[in-house]
Write a protein that binds this ligand. Structure first.
Ligand SMILES: *Cc1c(COP(=O)(O)O)cnc(C)c1O
Length: 420
C-alpha cells in the first residue's frame, strides 16, 4: 500500500541524499521537523566552526582575525551562495538582512529608470518585501505606484495577470521566486524576459527557492536578487542574507547606504565617499562575523549535494506529501493550499483547515510535529531535501489526521501567540 509507513521507508531506502541527515543535529529523534523552510536544521560542522571562530579566532587572533579571513567573508561566502544561484564570480555578497538588501536594491533599480513610475509585484509576495517597496516609494516622494498582480485562486498568479500589470511605466518587477504561503513557483526566465521586453528591471527574492530549486541568474539575465540564509541554506537564526547584482549593471548602480565597507578604500579613512568598484559597493558596515561564519559549513554541504539532486528529492517529497494529502487529509476536511503541478511548486506544501491555527498548536504541543502556521488557515510543511525523510512526511500527515480525528485541537485556544 502506497499510503502506509513501509512504503515511506522504501522511499527512504532508495534516497541517495539520505546520508546527509546524520550531518545535522537531532536533539530529539522523535521530533517531526517540518520547518526547514523557515529555520533550517543545525549542521554538526557548524558547531565546530563556531567553536573555532569563538575560541581560536576571537579568543586568540583577536583583531588579527580581520586579516585572517574575516574581511573577505562577505565575498567568499557570497561566492559559495552564487554556486547555488547560477551566478558567476563577483556578483553575490553575503550581508545584511533580506529586508535591508531589498531596500538597497529597490532604490538602486529605481534610480536606473528615473522616468518610470511603477513597481510591479503580486499579492502572494512576503509582506516585508511589499513594506520595503512602499517605504522606498514614500522616501522618493510618493511619485511611484505599487501595482500588485492578483492571485485569483489565492495560491497562484496567472502569468497573464502579471504581464497585464507590466507596461512602459514599469521601472521594476519584484517578486518572490517561490511564494512563502502557497509555495507557488514562478517561471523566472519567462517573467524576466517579459519584464525586459517592456524595458523594466527585475529583482527576485530567492528566500524560499535557493537550495531547493535550480536557478540560473546569469543565463536568465536577471538584474538583481536577494535571499535569506536561515531557511533552506541552514545558516542559523537571523543569519545574514545575500544580494546579487548583475555584472553589467554594477558600474551604474549605487547603494543608498554609503557605509565605509562599501567605500573604495575603507582603511584610507578618507572623508569623502567613493563607491568601491564592483559588487562591494553594496556592503554597508561591519558584518556580524560570528553569524556570517556560521553560514559557511552548510553551504559546503549544499554545494556538494548539488541543486539538481536536491530538487529531484524535493519534488519527490512534495509529490508524496500531496499523494498522502489526497488519501488521508482531504477526507479529514483539509484542502490543499499548494499547486499540484511540480513545475509550479517550491519545496513546501500548505494544507488548509478552518481550525488550522488550533491544529498547528496541537501538532506542536501534543503531537511532537513542528510545522508553522500562516494566516488565515495555512499549515506549512517545509520539506528540506537534506534533512526531511519520507517517513517524516508520512508521520506528519498521520498526525495531521489524528489532530482532527481525535480532536486534539479542541484543547488549544484560537488566540494567536506572538510568533506563529
Ligand atoms: C524569509 C523571507 C524574508 C525575511 O526577511 P528578513 O529581512 O530576513 O526578516 C523576506 N522575504 C521573503 C520572501 C522571505 O521568504
Amino acid at each position: 500500500m502506497r499510503a502506509d509507513l513501509d512504503y515511506a521507508r522504501q522511499l527512504d531506502a532508495h534516497d541517495d541524499l539520505a546520508a546527509y541527515r546524520d550531518a545535522f543535529a537531532h536533539a530529539d529523534d522523535e521530533l517531526i521537523y517540518m520547518d526547514g523552510n523557515s529555520l533550517g536544521r543545525l549542521p554538526h560542522a557548524t558547531i565546530e566552526r563556531l567553536r573555532a571562530a569563538v575560541e581560536q579566532e576571537w579568543g586568540g587572533d583577536l583583531i588579527r582575525g580581520w586579516n585572517h579571513g574575516w574581511y573577505e567573508a562577505p565575498r567568499r561566502i557570497g561566492a559559495k551562495i552564487a554556486g547555488l544561484l547560477g551566478a558567476g564570480a563577483g556578483q553575490v555578497l553575503a550581508c545584511d538582512s533580506t529586508s535591508v538588501n531589498l531596500f538597497k536594491l529597490i532604490l538602486a533599480a529605481l534610480a536606473l529608470r528615473p522616468e518610470r513610475r511603477a513597481i510591479v509585484s503580486d499579492t502572494l509576495n512576503f509582506p516585508s518585501d511589499l513594506y520595503v517597496a512602499q517605504g522606498c516609494i514614500e522616501l522618493l516622494g510618493g511619485r511611484h505606484e505599487l501595482r500588485l498582480a492578483p492571485a485569483a485562486d489565492g495560491t497562484t498568479v496567472d502569468p497573464a495577470a502579471l504581464y497585464e500589470a507590466i507596461d512602459q511605466q514599469t521601472a521594476l518587477v519584484t517578486l518572490s521566486h517561490v511564494a512563502f504561503k502557497s509555495g507557488f513557483l514562478y517561471d523566472m526566465a519567462a517573467v524576466t524576459a517579459r519584464a525586459h521586453a517592456a524595458g523594466a528591471l527585475v529583482l527576485w527574492d530567492l528566500s524560499h527557492s535557493a537550495g531547493v530549486v535550480p536557478i540560473e541568474l546569469d543565463a536568465w539575465g536577471v538584474d538583481f536578487a536577494v535571499g535569506c540564509c536561515y531557511k533552506y541554506l541552514n545558516g542559523g537564526p537571523g543569519a545574514p542574507a545575500y544580494l546579487y547584482v548583475r555584472q553589467e549593471l554594477q558600474k551604474a548602480v549605487r547603494s543608498p547606504i554609503w557605509g565605509w565597507f562599501g567605500q573604495q578604500a575603507p582603511f584610507a579613512f578618507g572623508l569623502d565617499y567613493q563607491p568601491a568598484a564592483g559588487i562591494d559597493r553594496f556592503l554597508s558596515g561591519t558584518p556580524p562575523m560570528l553569524s556570517l561564519l556560521a553560514i559557511e559549513p552548510a553551504l559546503d554541504m549544499l554545494l556538494e549535494a548539488g541543486v539538481e539532486r536536491m530538487r529531484r528529492k524535493s519534488v519527490q517529497l512534495t509529490d508524496y506529501a500531496i499523494e498522502l494529502f489526497d488519501a488521508v487529509l482531504a477526507p479529514a476536511g483539509y484542502t490543499l493550499g499548494t499547486p499540484r503541478s511540480a513545475d509550479q511548486r517550491g519545496s513546501h506544501v500548505s494544507v488548509r483547515h478552518p481550525e488550522g491555527y488550533r491544529i498547528n498548536r496541537a501538532l506542536i504541543e501534543a503531537l511532537n510535529v513542528l510545522p508553522d502556521f500562516r494566516e488565515p488557515d495555512n499549515i506549512r510543511l517545509g520539506l528540506a531535501p537534506l534533512t526531511t525523510s519520507f517517513a517524516d512526511v508520512w508521520r506528519a500527515v498521520e498526525r495531521l489526521r489524528r489532530a482532527v480525528a481525535e480532536r486534539h485541537y479542541e484543547r488549544f485556544p484560537a488566540e494567536r501567540l506572538a510568533v506563529t
